[in-house]
Design a protein around this ligand. Structure first.
Ligand SMILES: NC(=O)c1ccc[n+]([C@@H]2O[C@H](COP(=O)([O-])OP(=O)(O)OC[C@H]3O[C@@H](n4cnc5c(N)ncnc54)[C@H](OP(=O)(O)O)[C@@H]3O)[C@@H](O)[C@H]2O)c1
Length: 316
């Protein structure tokens, strides 16, 4: 068999990178091999990948030398940053720059940069429809990713820019499961009014990324947006009610009310939901589920994802 092309995967013990590492491992005849990068090769998540036959190597995106070693000899690199680990857009920019430089110096032929829109292209800082945060951002965890696109281009790295979508897994891990309202009826809070929001099973992001690596040159220099389905808050609440067999209503708070909730990141997320709502057409147009399905024929709908995960959704 011809030598397999190594894909170095940042975040391989997490959601996006994990989906990619598992997709590559599940296709041993596909011509690719995953190399999982982790800060702790002895964690349970790292060991689970090793058990699937994935090469696991030590690396930290904050340590340039370790990153260069981890990318060495790789055909491809999956590059993602971890905003919610530190809440710093400046750190995301620094980490994206470090990955771009490592990809360039190790001769990576195809990088995927997991990005999002720089919302300041739609809402300049002077626009007071939503507050400016951290001095120079509207949606910090989006804007820094979008701003970082040019770091890959300027470094001369052959790159596909992957626009991801809201993970439905946020209903499990991110405190977004429906919660009982004052009358005990479950409420699903989504401050997007009647707008439909692109969403995706987190595992499908990595599967789509694998499709992009398999497609190779056709995706270089392109921006590819993915989603499993576009749904309004009311539609998501109705799907939850069908799956859970009990009433679930959409709690349509305003973005301003969401920003005022006071938990870390609430203002950033409130602005994000306002962006989804106010720029629905552009945001959805960039994420066609048909594009995602062509890359990943196993793409899940929200109903399929709910059926597989109903017992994991936090209801309190
Ligand atoms: N939640 C959503 O709806 C959503 C939607 C679109 C985009 N995003 C974006 O997705 C990004 C996070 O991706 P994810 O959800 O796949 O992450 P995740 O599940 O939180 O996993 C992150 C993994 O990355 C590794 N990691 C963290 N810091 C690292 C470092 N300094 N060097 C090397 N590895 C490091 C950790 O692995 P080890 O501990 O093994 O090193 C961890 O397992 C965020 O920037 C977020 O904005 C989220």
């Amino acid at each position: 068999m011809a030598e397999r092309k190594v894909i170095a995967v940042v975040g391989a013990t997490g959601a996006q990178g994990g989906g990619l590492a598992r997709a590559i491992a599940a296709d041993p005849e596909g011509g690719f091999a995953a190399r999982a990068i982790t800060r702790n090769v002895n964690s349970d998540a790292a060991k689970a990948l090793a058990k699937l036959g994935v090469e696991v190597v030590a690396g930290d995106v904050d340590d340039a030398a370790s990153l260069a070693r981890a990318f060495e000899g790789a055909h491809g690199a999956y590059c993602v940053t971890f905003f919610w680990a530190h809440f710093s857009p400046e750190k995301e920019l620094a980490e994206a720059g470090a990955m771009a430089r490592a990809a360039k110096s190790s001769g990576v032929r195809h990088a995927i940069w997991s990005t999002l829109e720089d919302t300041r292209r739609w809402v300049p800082l002077a626009d007071d429809r939503m507050p400016t945060l951290m001095g120079r951002y509207k949606v910090p965890h989006f804007d820094a990713k979008g701003e970082a696109d040019r770091l890959f281009t300027e470094a001369g790295v052959p790159t596909t820019f992957l626009l991801t979508s809201f993970y439905w897994d946020n209903l499990i891990h991110f405190g977004m499961g429906p919660k009982p309202g004052r009358d005990g009826v479950l409420e699903f809070t989504l401050p997007t009014g009647d707008a439909k929001m692109p969403g995706i099973a987190a595992e499908d992001i990595g599967r789509c990324a694998y499709g992009i690596f398999k497609g190779g040159a056709t995706h270089l220099g392109k921006t590819v947006g993915i989603a499993g389905e576009h749904l309004s808050g009311a539609e998501m609440a109705a799907a939850l009610a069908r799956e859970l067999g009990r009433e679930v209503r959409h709690n349509a708070v305003s973005p301003a009310q969401f920003r005022a909730m006071g938990f870390p990141g609430a203002e950033d997320l409130g602005n994000m939901y306002q962006f989804y709502r106010d720029f629905e057409r552009d945001f959805r147009a960039a994420r066609d589920p048909a594009v995602a399905r062509a890359l990943n024929p196993a793409l899940q709908s929200f109903a399929q994802w709910l059926a597989a995960n109903r017992d994991r959704i936090a209801l309190s």
